[in-house]
Design a protein around this ligand. Structure first.
Ligand SMILES: [Mn+2]
Length: 321
């Protein structure tokens, strides 16, 4: 059982001891990874203006509206306290330098399958890592104060990981925190618009998915985006991640898989579900993630059938209960 108050105190003690702090998150960042990373940096900056705080990692073109990344030297990295947010396992950390995982602070909301760090704060009841940052900021025992910049990026993260409050991970706590958050001049419609609108080629790829979705009688669906299809829609791995939720709008589909072919002809797998727990399937093939939203970095063409067979079985059993 985690004592969150104690862990939060430890996190603040570590931050107070450090002059320089680097905040990292997972590779292929989504709005929550960036929202929690940049949000935490703004909170620390607000409470301790004398400290140097850096955010490091790759920045996809379509998420640049959330904020900017910093560039630092190995020397600066070596003398910094490292905080890793929204990243369940050390292998996924996005950092150009070697990270000493035993010395970092982990703050996350994914299932704690791989605990790491000298402080490991994992709250799986939080709908997003950004929600945890909002909680930190509004906790009156912390030195953090919410500010406009932090509120906007944290809101973007919460919106991202809850699918605009549609996913079952959304709780009354999410809304309670958001209620306070939006008192800090959050651009609600501007952020929503950024999330809803997609480039024309991505919308055309959405059309492709609806046309080519294979749906089983029990409500399992699957679609493959080959390299050729990605080329046809001037798309790539990053843009394909924008269409993962598409099959969920089809009536009767309970769980689905999306396969995205990689340069090496293996496939990245996205698994999504509206009820049946599916992350054990991801784990079996070397992936991981949330119970209803998870993925596998790489499977072969032959393994696609195996993954889909398991997904189908899970949906069938779910319907039986
Ligand atoms: Mn997240």
């Amino acid at each position: 059982m985690m004592n969150y108050k104690e862990l939060l105190k430890e996190i603040i003690t570590e931050i107070e001891k450090a002059n320089s702090i680097v905040i990292l998150r997972h590779r292929k960042p989504d709005p929550d990874a960036l929202g929690s990373q940049i949000g935490l940096s703004k909170l620390i900056k607000g409470a301790y203006p004398e400290k140097s705080v850096y955010v490091i990692g790759d920045m996809p073109e379509n998420l640049k509206y959330i904020g900017d990344m910093d560039e630092i030297t190995q020397k600066v990295f070596n003398k910094s306290l490292v905080i890793v947010v929204d990243c369940s396992t050390p292998q996924l950390i996005n950092c150009p330098f070697e990270v000493k995982v035993d010395e970092v602070i982990k703050i996350d909301h994914h299932p704690n399958v791989t605990p790491y760090g000298k402080v490991c704060y994992v709250d799986t009841t939080a709908a997003s890592a950004s929600e945890i940052m909002a909680e930190f900021a509004f906790d009156t025992t912390t030195p953090f104060q919410m500010n406009r910049e932090a509120a906007n990026v944290i809101y973007a993260g919460i919106i991202g990981d809850t699918g605009r409050f549609l996913y079952p991970s959304t709780t009354s706590k999410t809304f309670a925190l958001v209620s306070k958050l939006i008192q800090h001049d959050v651009d609600l419609s501007g952020i929503a618009d950024r999330m809803i609108t997609k480039p024309l080629n991505v919308n055309r790829m959405t059309g492709y998915i609806y046309e080519h979705l294979e749906v089983s009688p029990e409500g399992m669906a699957s679609v493959v985006l080959t390299k050729e299809v990605l080329r046809r829609f001037q798309s790539n791995d990053q843009l394909a991640s924008l269409v993962v939720s598409v099959p969920g709008t089809v009536e009767g589909i309970l769980a689905w898989s999306l396969y995205v072919e990689q340069e090496d002809a293996t496939f990245r797998v996205h698994l999504r579900s509206k009820g049946p727990i599916v992350n054990h399937i991801a784990q079996e093939f070397g992936g991981g993630g949330h119970t209803l939203a998870c993925g596998i970095p790489s499977v072969t063409q032959a393994q696609i059938l195996e993954v889909d067979a398991k997904l189908k079985e899970v949906v069938r059993n779910f319907k039986k209960d």
